[in-house]
Design a protein around this ligand. Structure first.
Ligand SMILES: *[C@@H]1O[C@H](CO)[C@@H](O)[C@H](O)[C@H]1NC(C)=O
Ligand SMILES: *[C@@H]1O[C@H](CO)[C@@H](O)[C@H](O)[C@H]1NC(C)=O
Length: 191
């Protein structure tokens, strides 16, 4: 009788352990899929075009929206160290004469010895009927790459506490006077 009880107890403890393992692995797989499904699809996504119109000729003030504040150094032939401050128009389509969807306010500098490559930090300032607020974007613009991901590190107003990725593609280049970036903005966190 006693032996039987012990056998039974052992059997039950095995069943209990197996159930526990199943429960734990189940809850782990649930949290893993939750994490993936939460992040695989952006909660908000839109494309904007950034137009950088560099002041080259001092008389071209009317049509320029950015200016270099330092010259490049002698480290390589790719303007290493040149800092450009900008207040650039951002539009929904490729024409820089289209109505502004936002302005991009910030700076970039060239920082590669062997090729053109830049580092950006700027705020997209929205003041339209569609959006009011800001998105703050920063990161390396590794220009030799076809697409580059920069971080959306925060936001205010309609973009309160936003976080995500801004994917850059070079859309047009006209010498050193003008370039256009396509920004595919994907917000994984927004409210
Ligand atoms: C500004 O750019 C536009 C388009 O390229 C051109 O038509 C216009 O003449 C320019 N204005 C000035 C003042 O340079
Ligand atoms: C935002 O837009 C409103 C309405 O057009 C204007 O009155 C206001 O000055 C703008 N604010 C900024 C910071 O540009």
């Amino acid at each position: 009788m006693h032996l039987k009880m012990r056998d039974l107890a052992i059997k039950f403890s095995w069943i209990f352990i197996i159930l526990l393992i199943m429960l734990v692995s189940e809850s782990q797989s649930v949290s893993a899929t939750r994490k993936i499904s939460k992040y695989q699809k952006p909660r908000k996504q839109f494309v904007l075009y950034y137009h950088d119109n560099l002041l080259l000729d001092p008389d071209d003030v009317a049509n320029s929206t950015s200016a270099k504040v330092t010259s490049g150094t002698k480290l390589g032939n790719y303007e290493f160290g040149m800092v450009v401050v900008f207040n650039d128009p951002v539009t929904k389509d490729q024409s820089f004469q289209s109505p502004e969807a936002a302005t991009a306010q910030g700076f970039y500098f060239y920082n590669m010895k062997n090729d053109y490559s830049a580092w950006f930090a700027y705020t997209l300032v929205f003041n339209s009927s569609e959006y009011k607020g800001t998105l703050n974007i920063m990161g390396a613009d590794l220009m030799p790459e076809k697409t580059r991901d920069l971080s959306v590190v925060g936001g205010t107003g309609d973009f309160f506490m936003a976080r995500g990725i801004a994917t850059f593609t070079t859309d047009a280049v006209e010498g050193i006077k003008y370039f256009r970036l396509k920004m595919d903005i994907k917000l994984y966190e927004c409210y």
